[in-house]
Design a protein around this ligand. Structure first.
Ligand SMILES: Nc1nc2c(ncn2[C@@H]2O[C@H](COP(=O)(O)OP(=O)(O)OP(=O)(O)O)[C@@H](O)[C@H]2O)c(=O)[nH]1
Ligand SMILES: [Mg+2]
Length: 443
């Protein structure tokens, strides 16, 4: 559903990622291209405009000494802003403190309400909740039967009183659910053609009588901006708690999904992805943002780097490089930081321009790091600060203390000196902090 948008953005981002340095002009050019891609995917123009403004502001405000390549940083900003545009985190259903949880489902005619009610019932039932469906569409012929058939298919009871007043039906249904301790009640209402008129008053009356815990607006994702506009109108009349976009398996361009939560102020909770009863997915903004931007690896990498290597530590390291006071303790810290970043193989695999061959001889597998740490832990403070005093007898003591061999101790000390030499060389260059630090090799 986001393929088209995703492909366009991929081309744009590949471009900026390839640049070693980015200027204000690069940022503005890229932003303009991103905006165009969004508009082509039918994203609401104001949403696209505001989105781009935020991305540009953040990208231009980013400090220069970053631990990652500027292009990657830009991708990360774009992705974060996209996730926040989509609603930040998956919200799901909020259940009432005292059951039953009442879910009112509203929407335009044919948007997929009845199907969605049944899908949702199945999903919640699967999560262990007892659920009751309520046939509150008394207008369309066969609407009640449709819900009953679906209910039977998924083994969920359907409450119906035939063609009585929908407000009364809903009230009674809730009472019954409370009496027999049903945990969730889902009200399937009639489709509205417009957001005004009698039908709208009716659903407002249902809402004010039963006081739903969730009022979900079902919108047909295939209708793009129309879905967004109707959601907005409904959100002004009813107190919506979320939206559900259906038919996202069709040729929906994704624009509705991107704009709807911003426009309505409520999250997209689920998306319908098939006609079948299991075709309802939780809408997870982070996952969707990754899917749209198709840059999951870069983002993960930047996040990990940001988490572990804060700027200050990196600066301190640079200082140490300059005055050449990089000790074995610092060495250990560096190893630890690297270990916190996750499996090293994976990490190196994710880094642009890095390959495992470059790291050969640095013994970067996780176990090796642990052993290295054990060896350093067995050294005295003095030995860590002045590794050159570590003679033969000290080496065998350290080996014994750490449970490693003398060869390993020797190798570590050799590595340390080699590294120190390399760092001195690199310390003279202007070192970008963090990931590009000497332990990881330059690229
Ligand atoms: N492909 C696909 N089809 C869907 C999805 N959700 C609903 N549909 C189809 O859309 C059509 C209308 O669905 P209904 O659930 O009857 O819609 P409704 O909003 O209850 O319609 P009214 O009650 O008449 O207003 C049906 O043919 C459904 O099978 C979806 O996520 N994907
Ligand atoms: Mg229906």
């Amino acid at each position: 559903m986001f393929e088209q948008l995703s492909e366009k953005l991929d081309a744009v981002l590949r471009n900026i990622r390839g640049l070693g340095k980015i200027s204000e002009k690069n940022i503005r050019d890229t932003s303009r291209q991103v905006r165009r891609a969004l508009l082509e995917a039918d994203v609401h123009f104001e949403v696209a405009r505001d989105f781009i403004k935020r991305v540009e502001k953040r990208a231009l405000g980013v400090t220069v000494t970053q631990s990652v390549k500027p292009g990657d940083q830009f991708v990360k900003i774009l992705r974060d802003e996209m996730a926040s545009l989509l609603g930040s985190k998956a919200s799901g259903i909020s259940f009432a403190k005292r059951p039953p949880t009442i879910i009112l489902v509203a929407g335009l005619q044919g948007s997929g309400k009845t199907t969605t009610c049944a899908k949702l019932a199945k999903k919640l039932n699967h999560e262990g909740k007892s659920v009751m469906l309520v046939a509150a569409d008394v207008y369309r012929p066969a609407a009640i039967d449709q819900l009953k058939i679906l209910g039977k298919q998924i083994d969920i009871p359907v409450y119906s009183e035939g063609h009585k007043n929908p407000v009364t039906i809903c009230e009674n249904a809730v009472k019954e659910a409370a009496a027999n301790k049903t945990q969730v009640v889902i009200l399937d209402t009639a489709g509205r053609l417009h957001v005004d008129g009698e039908m709208m008053q009716e659903i407002e009356a249902i809402a004010s009588e039963v006081k739903p815990d969730e009022t979900l607006f079902v919108a047909d994702g295939m209708t793009g901006q129309d879905a967004v506009n109707s959601a907005k109108a409904f959100s002004e009349a009813l107190e919506l708690t979320g939206t559900i976009l259906t038919k996202m398996d069709g040729d929906a361009r994704g624009g509705a999904a991107v704009s709807i939560s911003k426009v309505t102020g409520v999250p997209v909770k689920f998306i319908g992805v098939s006609e079948k009863m299991d075709g309802l997915d939780v809408f997870d903004p982070n996952r969707i943002a990754d899917r749209i931007l198709g840059m999951g690896d870069v983002v993960t990498l930047v996040e990990k780097a940001e988490k572990v290597m804060d700027e200050k530590k990196a600066e301190k390291l640079e200082e140490k490089l300059k005055d050449q006071s990089f000790t074995l303790d610092d060495f250990k810290d560096q190893l630890n930081q690297m270990r916190n970043m996750g499996p090293l193989d994976q990490l190196i695999g994710m880094m642009p321009g890095m390959n495992k061959k470059m790291m050969k001889g640095l013994n970067l597998d996780d176990r090796q790091l642990m052993w290295t740490e054990a060896i350093i832990n067995s050294m005295t403070l003095n030995e860590r600060r002045n590794p050159s005093i570590i003679d033969g007898s000290r080496r065998s003591r350290i080996a014994q203390g750490s449970g490693r061999t003398i060869q390993e101790v020797n190798q570590l000390i050799k590595q340390y000196f080699a590294l120190q030499k390399m760092m001195k060389k690199m310390g003279k260059m202007k070192l970008p902090a963090g990931l590009n630090h000497p332990m990881m090799g330059a690229h």
